[in-house]
Structures are given as structure tokens and as C-alpha cells.
Design a protein around this ligand. Sequence first.
Ligand code: ADP
Ligand code: NI
Length: 223
Amino acid sequence: MRGFFMLSTEEIIAEVAHQMKQKFSGEETGHDWYHIERVWKNAKLISANEECDPFIVELGALLHDVADHKFVEDFEKETNERVNQILSALNVSSDAIEQVLHIVHNCSFKGGIGENKMKSIEGLIVQDADRLDAIGAIGIARTFAFGGKFGNMIYDPEVLPVDFQSEDQYRKTRTHTINHFYEKLLKLKQLMNTTTGKSLAEKRHQYMEEFLKQFYGEWEGKF
Ligand code: ADP
Ligand code: NI
């Protein structure tokens, strides 16, 4: 922090981006800085077509993975502390911090069970931006990177996907990575919130369908 009392919104965004880059460079579970940067870009793209507060969208996108429920003991508490710490040091208003916290608390897929708790348009945009990065070519790469990191097999035809009934069950079940396509990735297209998000998801979804077709074909030695 450079110690200016009143920063412009551009300066605040640049500073938050800088801090996130420092903190998340080299992270290996799918939430590295470049994931954050892609979500930030996607969010800006989507927000150009929506009536929204771009400052909240950009802060939400940059901070959406500041704490990961898989790795912290108390996700709510960690999220509140980290977001408050970063933004209040930059003199962001408490109203804006509240809006950002709503986004960060509710962004994650968590098995896609029950109603979407994200209520603000800014949050719906960030959620779409994050979901776009979980599908398509990038999504495929991230999902196999995640599977490898956690020691999962790429595929086992004897182990079928699970129709999860709770967030806890979604979090605790670890099978092979192909199952993750059915348990999450292929569901995301239907869950997109914005028109722009939906149309971007369409192409990425088709690409995953193609990938799976090719994968099973090669698995069977058909081509
Ligand atoms: P979210 O925050 O939306 O719940 P995660 O933090 O669980 O997403 O996932 C981060 C990345 O790792 C995503 O690309 C996601 O699809 C992938 N991933 C999550 N769980 C698994 C899994 N069981 N197998 C393979 N990839 C996974
Ligand atoms: Ni994310």
C-alpha cells in the first residue's frame, strides 16, 4: 500500500489485483492468480452488457477465491477477515465491503444443490465469470490438474457419477476426474445467470462434449 488516503476506484482495483497476484501466484489447486485474472476479465466482459456497479463486480471477481472452503477451517470467518482487512486498508466504504462479501460468500458451486444464494446482479456476473473458467478447454485442464493434485484417477469406468444430495456429500466424495464432468462441469451451462454468460458457456460446453466423445473413443480403441 502506498499510503494515499483517498484512492480512485481504478487505483483500488489495481492495488487489490496486485495483492492477489502476490498472494496467489503458483497456487496449485485451481485458484492461482491466472484463474483470478481470467475471472476478472470474464466479469468485465459480462458486465459491459448488464446494468451494474462495475467497481463491485471487479472487486468481487478479484476477491472471490480469497479463502477456499476446502482449505480453511471456518470459511465465513476467514472470508470476512481477509476481505475486510484488504478493503478497509484502502478506505473502501463499509457498504461496498458488504456487497463484495455477499459475492465472495456465495460464489462457489458447492454441488449446485438448492437455490442460488447469490442475489445481486454484480454477484450473478462474478458467478458466471467463475463458472466460465470451470468449463471449456481451461475447465478441462483445471479439472485434471485438480484431480492429479489430489491423487485421483483420470477415469474408472466401473465407478459411476454420484447424484449428490448435499453440499457435504459433494465435498467429501472423491472418485475419478471424468466423473467430475457429470457432477459439475456439464451442469454449469444450465446454471448460467446472464445472457452473455449463457452464450459464452454454450461454446465451451460443446467443446467438453467433444472432448468426452474423443476420450471414450480412444478408451475403447475405436479411433
Ligand atoms: P468451486 O469453488 O466452484 O466449488 P472448486 O474450488 O471446488 O470450485 O474447484 C476449483 C477447480 O477444481 C475447478 O476447476 C473445479 O471444477 C475443479 N475441481 C473441483 N473438485 C474437483 C474434483 N473432485 N475433481 C476434479 N476437479 C475438481
Ligand atoms: Ni474461482
